[in-house]
Design a binder for this molecule. Structure first.
Ligand code: PLP
Length: 439
């Protein structure tokens, strides 16, 4: 599909009667909990989107990371269609092949573990916290304590979802405001500060939850020794370590999973291990539980709690469940997501495109005075602006590029990981124009 941008941003800015009609109907019909733009999207193909007025957009945000393979990838359309003609839903009283096949992919590309399926990132995290508490409800062989361990430590600036428990885990006061009192048992500490974390652990602590890179919090990374020290602490104190890979999973960061950048304390250092096609790198710091959402269903609602077998064994019948979790259509798509990423070598592509984007952004002389930092890994990047730009997301969309702003002044770039170089370049050019306010 060629890139065309025949309409000027001025003509794009006009809200057409067709768009206005949908906006008017939406006002009466939809709850206003999203800050929606006055744009009605109609269709997508690869990394391109079109609205109902025919305006084209380069998608540099992939629906908050969900559309990891872009829009309407033919292999995913085929997988969904084939499964839709065969079996939609049967309930978890029975086995289905797509569930097992997808779980096998996780074993191949992450670590040896067992999967529980649900619909969203927050549900996966809820399941993980329940499992951590289950583990904590038995006596601790490490400390010998028979005290029930139920508290979960998370990090400031984290985001783990919008249920009552997950807003309590989330390290952002704005997310909790108005919903107090918080669910008890969640404690937040400064990210990257190991001493603060270690001193928050007490004999009632069950586990620690952290994102390998903080997404909503502003694309924040940790010092190199942080995650390995956290792992070591969990081993010493018998704590469950949960990596929330809802943003960082499925190739987004230039590794299959974000934690594959973490190297054990005794592993040779020298920066992040290079992107590779395989999964478990021998130096990687593994969690007890990894949670997935967003990209794993490529835009369909899929959440996964993936636990190492010794932890997973506690989830016996009656402890947890999800009626539509593991739905065959979603599973057939999720399995195919992994097949396509492997076949098309998209983990490596994401790493390469990420380097290309960072180089392009860093070399732009117009951008330099406007920004403080560019950070991230692979195609999970943040440009921290010196000053917030009011209405930036709409301004960028009017120019033909979809991006996002988080933590008030971090412009996020997270396109589909199969974005062609040409579209990435063009998207960045438009984005830079929008930031510097030129043209
Ligand atoms: N965890 C992380 C790291 C996230 O970024 C998000 C959503 O942005 C969630 C969990 C919640 O996922 P969902 O919106 O699918 O419930």
């Amino acid at each position: 599909m060629p890139l065309s941008d025949s309409k000027t941003s001025a003509s794009r800015a006009e809200v057409s009667p067709r768009t206005q009609a949908v906006l008017d109907r939406a006002t009466g019909a939809l709850i206003g909990n999203y800050a929606r733009l006055p744009i009605v999207m109609d269709r997508g193909e690869g990394s391109l989107l079109w609205d109902v007025d025919g305006n084209q957009y380069i998608d540099l945000f992939a629906g908050f990371g969900g559309c990891i393979l872009g829009h309407c990838h033919p292999a995913l359309v085929a997988a969904a269609g084939e499964q839709a003609h065969k079996l939609w839903h049967v309930g978890n009283t029975y086995h289905t092949e797509p569930q097992v096949e997808f779980a096998e992919r996780l074993n191949q590309f992450a670590f040896k573990g067992q999967a529980f399926f649900c619909h969203s990132g927050l549900e996966a995290n809820e399941a993980a916290v329940k499992l951590a508490r289950l583990r904590g409800s038995t006596s601790s062989p490490q400390t010998g304590s028979s005290k029930k361990r139920w508290k979960i430590i998370s990090l400031n600036k984290s985001f783990h979802g919008r249920s009552l428990a997950m807003i309590s885990a989330t390290g952002n006061p704005a997310v909790k405001a108005g919903f107090e009192p918080a669910v008890p048992g969640f404690v937040q500490v400064e990210p990257g500060n190991f001493d603060a974390l270690a001193s928050a652990v007490d004999d009632e602590t069950a586990g620690i939850i952290m994102e390998p890179i903080q997404g909503e919090g502003g694309i924040n990374l940790y010092p190199a020794d942080y995650a390995p020290r956290v792992r070591q602490l969990c081993d010493e104190r018998g704590l469950t370590l949960i990596f929330d890979e809802v943003w960082t999973g499925c190739g987004r960061t230039g590794k299959w999973f974000g934690h594959q950048y973490f190297c054990k304390l005794d592993a040779p250092r020298g920066g992040p291990a290079s992107a590779g096609p395989t999964s478990t790198e021998s130096c990687a710091v593994l969690p007890d539980i990894m949670t997935l959402g967003k990209a794993v269903g490529a835009g369909l609602p899929v959440g996964v709690m993936f636990a190492r077998p010794e932890a997973a064994a506690l989830m016996v019948p009656g402890k947890h469940g999800c009626t539509l979790g593991g739905n065959p259509i979603c599973m057939a798509v999720a399995r195919t997501v992994f097949d396509v990423i492997e076949r098309e070598r998209l983990v490596e592509h994401a790493a390469r495109m990420g380097e290309r984007a960072v180089a392009r952004l860093r070399e732009d002389a117009r951008l330099k005075p406007k920004i403080t930092e560019i950070r991230g890994r692979g195609l999970m990047l943040g440009i921290e602006l010196k000053e917030p730009i009011e209405g930036f997301v709409l301004k960028a969309a009017r120019r033909g590029v979809i991006a996002n702003v988080t933590a008030s002044k971090v412009v996020r770039i997270a396109p589909p990981i199969n974005i062609p170089a040409e579209q990435l370049d063009r998207g960045l050019e438009i984005l830079i124009d929008a930031i510097v306010g030129d043209r």
